[in-house]
Ligand binder design. Structure first.
Ligand code: SF4
Length: 79
């Protein structure tokens, strides 16, 4: 059984720019010029779900979350 596709979502209002997420998961998140996190892969590849979980768990502001990818997103990509 495969895991449904998920995306890593940043709550920009909650993010304080600590940078811990891109320190622990640089393949998934990087910093923009202002130090704000930018998610690099959407959806998260299954083999990187542990890295995504780690990024979520280290964020002291709880500004990161894993959300199911909306079905309409998948449909859009298949066109
Ligand atoms: S660890 Fe959390 S607060 Fe810090 S940059 Fe990442 S999302 Fe923002």
């Amino acid at each position: 059984m495969t895991t449904p596709p998920v995306r890593l979502v940043v709550d920009r209002g909650a993010c304080a720019g600590h940078g811990m997420c891109y320190a622990v998961a640089p393949i998934l998140v990087e910093s923009d010029e202002q130090g704000d996190p930018v998610v690099l892969l959407d959806p998260i590849p299954e083999d990187l779900l542990d890295d995504a979980d780690t990024a979520v768990s280290v964020c002291p502001e709880r500004a990161l979350s894993l959300m199911p990818t909306a079905p309409s997103d998948s449909e859009d990509r298949s066109r």
